[in-house]
Ligand binder design. Structure first.
Ligand SMILES: [Fe+2]
Ligand SMILES: [Fe+2]
Length: 213
């Protein structure tokens, strides 16, 4: 059992999990449809299945927590959420741009680190279902990050000038994510988010995005 107070704070977090998974089932389907080679299409198709599973898990968490469905979208559309970033990705058609922004930058930053922290936090508050959900997801997200990382490496090896384009995609993505740091109020979260991402991005030659609050 969890306290009503915990649930209230958790709704925004649930929305920040559920809607990106819902978006992922659609933008990764676009990436699969437009994939220029067979291996990439296969990776994207497997990911569609993963994201659908995550979506179902997050829907179940909302339902079990007793949050009325009419509250799910407003919780995500309010300022300070991941909404602006994912709506941007949903407008993209280029499979490389989708995979760099969503898998490499967003999942690379939020993926394993954030879900492990969320799992520990949920467990500490007695919300075991959420904890199990987050731990199961870490494995899938790690796979999504891995193939995006291979893609980024291949694109840069193929043509070093691709590094500039990828840098620009990173900058655009992190600027859109900035609002989740709530003007610096969630600084510890933001530092961890950037730290996870730069751990994979810096070795490939990418530079930190200048961001101020
Ligand atoms: Fe996912
Ligand atoms: Fe994913």
């Amino acid at each position: 059992m969890v306290s009503p107070q915990y649930l209230e704070r958790a709704v925004e977090q649930f929305a920040n999990n559920y809607w990106p998974e819902e978006a992922a089932t659609r933008y990764i389907a676009t990436a699969a449809a437009n994939a220029p080679f067979e291996e990439l299409k296969k990776c994207a198709l497997f990911q569609v299945a993963d994201e659908q599973r995550h979506l179902e898990m997050d829907r179940d968490i909302f339902v079990r927590a007793g949050v009325p469905e009419r509250d799910w979208l407003p919780a995500w559309e309010q300022p300070g959420t991941t909404c602006r970033f994912f709506r941007h990705v949903l407008e993209l058609e280029d499979p490389y741009e989708i995979l760099v922004k969503a898998n490499f930058v967003a999942e690379g930053a939020a993926g394993p680190g954030t879900f492990a922290v969320l799992a520990d936090g949920a467990e500490a508050r007695g919300d075991l279902l959420t904890a199990v959900n987050h731990r199961a997801r870490v494995r899938d997200e790690t796979r999504h990050i891995s193939y995006a990382r291979s893609l980024v490496r291949a694109l840069i090896e193929d043509d070093p000038s691709n590094l500039d384009v990828i840098q620009q995609w990173q900058d655009e993505s992190l600027q859109l994510f900035k609002e989740v740091a709530k003007g610096g109020a969630r600084r510890a979260w933001w530092e961890g988010f950037l730290g996870s991402y730069y751990k994979i991005a810096t070795p490939l030659g990418l530079k930190p995005t200048p961001i101020s609050f």
